[in-house]
Design a protein around this ligand. Structure first.
Ligand code: IMP
Length: 198
């Protein structure tokens, strides 16, 4: 394998993949690299695995190339796993990071620190035309704070304290966050799996 598609139109997401896969001699292209109009793929699944696989398989079938699909989100124990697969649109259809985290803080009102455990989850699905799709799950464990702190990152970063850090993800430098992120964990697991196949 010398080329893989990352089923995203988000150039930021692709950077980390390009670096890590590049070291193995695998070129990573995204949906931005194709001239064809590629419709938005609906995330109709109820699990991260299902959504990641839908994205990977749709694109792998269309272009007949190995494809990685991803899905990620925040899982909060005291909320029974919410916002989960609905993380991007938790406060409504329109994607709004500020409203989403405010909704989470409101729902956690009255929940004490020891019960505010949570984790970011990233699932990567790897689809190869004609073969069974595999999935790898990465996590970043932590707790939810009581107010937003920090300006780096995106999404729920300002309210998420990774385990063993006194800072939120939004207070970490991008490299520091990448080193402990759910996305990096999932990428590492997928890379291990790909290496084992050779
Ligand atoms: P996706 O792009 O469908 O995977 O949606 C992921 C959603 O989960 C984002 O819109 C964020 O709300 C949240 N999320 C995923 N990863 C992170 C992260 O690293 N920091 C903060 N929020 C994240």
């Amino acid at each position: 394998m010398d080329k893989v598609i990352l089923a995203t139109k988000n150039a930021g997401k692709a950077k980390e993949f390009k670096e890590i896969f590049g070291k193995m001699g695998i070129e990573v292209v995204t949906l931005l690299d194709f001239d064809e109009e590629i419709p938005e793929i609906e995330e109709t699944g109820t699990t991260f695995e299902e959504n990641a696989a839908i994205k990977a398989e749709t694109i792998a079938n269309q272009f007949q190339l190995p494809t990685i699909g991803d899905d990620s989100g925040l899982v909060i124990d005291a909320l029974g796993g919410k916002p989960g697969v609905y993380s991007a649109r938790y406060a409504g259809l329109e994607k709004n990071d500020q409203k989403n985290l405010e909704k989470v803080l409101k729902e956690l009102q009255g929940v004490e620190e020891k019960d505010r455990t949570a984790r970011f989850v990233c699932v990567l699905a790897f689809a190869v035309p004609g073969e069974d799709t595999i999935t790898k799950r990465g996590t970043c464990e932590g707790t939810i704070g009581f107010e937003p702190v920090g300006t780096n990152g995106f999404g729920y970063d300002p309210i998420f304290y990774p385990s063993e850090y006194e800072k939120t993800l939004a207070q970490l430098q991008p490299d520091e966050k990448n080193n402990i992120s759910h996305r990096r964990d999932a990428i590492n697991k997928l890379v291990e799996w790909i290496k084992e196949q050779n």
